[in-house]
Design a protein around this ligand. Structure first.
Ligand code: ADP
Ligand code: MG
Length: 269
């Protein structure tokens, strides 16, 4: 399969002094499920912002289907439009994403930005509402939604654009278990339907469940290893070195017992 996104030697720092990414290299193939994992502060969100061209690297190149994505290339109208249309971003915090008066306006916004006729935009919005089972929210103001509903609307507002690539920052964060399951199953379904999905997480159980290819970010903002989910999950030494699992000592009766601990894998007695 051909590469859809390629990162070459990406460096980024905030205000030229807070390092966030150092020499990042990897490619994501068309239709792939790919995850960026690392502790808080390792650079996951910054990396997704770079991939979405919300910010631009200090050094290095981002390619989309082999073409450089730069501030300049995005301004050249049609290829720029295409990139914005083809790559969708679901923020960790839905409040950043939602700004229209009602849910339906929110869903119309993307298609209208793409200059689709109003009727087509409305059809897409209706289809997406029904696909996500949130038709009953159509006329609600966004501030009258629960966290889980906001997340569904934020997802819907991206899906109305029908992007080929979905960037998802921490899909589980701040969601109730029901919405978490809904979201994960949806991402698997969209991937089955051919969409490329890139998500971030620090939760190894999510990697075990989704089985993406994985890039592991370190505290020093570099990539320590890229591999399949099972290659990464079976590499205890790696996961300890990036603090995604830690040694955990406790007592069974009077006997001290040590094992490596994450919230899910390696928790064997
Ligand atoms: N807006 C910002 N201004 C300054 N520093 C930032 C900003 N956003 C993130 N950083 C810093 O960049 C580094 C990477 O952060 P981030 O990409 O948010 O990591 P993660 O998403 O893995 O938690 C951290 O040291 C963080 O403090
Ligand atoms: Mg983050």
């Amino acid at each position: 399969m051909e590469d859809i996104i390629t990162l070459k030697n990406i460096d980024y720092s905030y205000y030229g002094k807070i390092p966030a990414l150092k020499d990042i290299n990897f490619s994501v193939k068309k239709g792939e499920m790919f995850s960026i994992i690392g502790l808080n502060g390792s650079g996951k969100t910054t990396l997704l912002h770079i991939i979405n061209a919300l910010i631009f690297p200090d050094a290095g190149d981002i390619l989309f289907e082999g073409n450089a994505v730069t501030e300049k290339s995005l301004k050249e109208k049609s290829p720029g439009m295409q990139f914005r249309q083809r790559v969708g971003y679901i923020f960790q915090n839905s409040d950043i994403q939602l700004f229209c008066p009602t849910v339906f306006d929110e869903l119309l916004f993307g298609p209208l930005q793409l200059n689709l006729p109003l009727e087509t935009a409305q059809e897409r919005a209706e289809q997406t509402l029904s696909y996500l089972g949130i038709g009953y929210l159509k006329d609600r103001p966004v501030y009258m939604l629960s966290g889980g509903e906001k997340k569904r609307v934020a997802i819907a507002s991206v899906l109305t654009m029908n992007p080929d690539v979905l960037l998802v920052d921490e899909p589980l964060s701040n969601l109730d278990p029901k919405t978490q399951t809904f979201f994960i199953e949806l991402l698997l379904e969209l991937n089955q339907a051919g969409k490329t999905i890139i998500f971030t997480t620090h939760q190894l159980d999510l990697i075990d469940h989704m089985q993406p290819r994985v890039a592991v970010l370190t505290d020093e903002h570099t990539i320590r290893k890229t591999g399949t989910a099972s290659e990464i999950l079976s590499d205890e030494e790696l996961l300890i070195s990036v603090n995604l699992i830690h040694e955990h000592a406790h007592k069974h009766g009077n006997e001290e017992h040590k094992h490596y601990h994450s919230h899910y894998v390696f928790h064997k007695h």
